[in-house]
Design a protein around this ligand. Structure first.
Ligand code: DC
Length: 233
């Protein structure tokens, strides 16, 4: 069956999980474009809340304040950007300061519950590709297509450095390796919805792949699954 017809008939969810720097966001964006459906970066929601705690001088041990600010902030995803009270926060939330804090905030159970509920609502609006750490396991355990991206740490750091450069931030590679390693450790070992591969996700090692190959691999896997009729109707 044609994939466009399929996603028109039924709201489909494509979940892309994996550690930082595996190319999840750009792959998700390009895949969604190819499928002509919405792309959502779930990490942007955790980053936006983190940015808010920074500008409001909230300390990491002030859990109640962090939960309160998460509850009350008006976050929304529009097009390919994250907005808070209609202000585009996409650049601010990519800074290293946010990256260094975000995993501590993402460990808080109530913060995860609030953001997970927000994320689930986007499915009501139509088919989507969502990337993150717990999309195939917790946010959408019934996702129609699940992928788990992995990659060598040096390659991931170099990609993240390029990403940061594109947003106007110059950061040394060893600082990025350090930040990614710490963040992985926290994301994998946290109690609440840790980063892990869903048993039914396809694992894709992207170390030697260019972005177009990653997108193509995911796209073809989706087509194959639809054509084999192995997806729940
Ligand atoms: O995808 P990213 O690197 O922008 O995500 C930033 C952080 O947000 C990540 O280190 C952990 C957290 N996160 C999460 O806990 N669950 C998600 N679904 C997405 C991100």
């Amino acid at each position: 069956m044609n994939v466009f017809f399929y996603s028109f008939m039924k709201n489909i969810v494509v979940a892309i999980d994996g550690p930082a720097g595996t190319g999840k966001s750009i792959t998700g964006k390009m895949l969604a474009e190819k499928l002509q459906i919405q792309y959502i970066d779930s990490g942007a929601f955790y980053r936006a809340v983190t940015y808010l705690t920074i500008i409001n001088h909230i300390k990491l041990n002030e859990i109640n304040k962090i939960i309160e600010i998460t509850k009350n902030c008006n976050l929304s995803w529009e097009g390919e950007d994250i907005y808070m009270n209609k202000v585009n926060m996409t650049k601010e939330m990519r800074s290293l300061e946010v990256s260094n804090r975000v995993s501590t905030i993402a460990k808080i159970k109530s913060v995860r519950e609030i953001i997970t509920e927000k994320l689930r609502k986007y499915k009501e609006l139509g088919s989507l590709v969502m990337d993150g750490k717990d999309i195939g396991t917790v946010v959408f355990p019934d996702a129609d297509f699940k992928f788990f991206l992995t990659s060598d740490i040096n390659v991931r750091a170099a990609r993240r450095q390029q990403d940061l450069q594109d947003y106007g931030y110059q950061v040394q590679l060893d600082k990025i390796i350090n930040e990614i390693t710490k963040r992985d450790e926290m994301d994998i070992n946290r109690e609440e919805s840790p980063l892990q591969k869903a048993p039914d996700a396809i694992e894709v090692d992207t170390t030697y792949m260019i972005i177009e190959e990653q997108v193509d691999f995911l796209y073809k896997s989706i087509l194959q699954k639809i054509n084999l009729g192995t997806i729940n109707k």
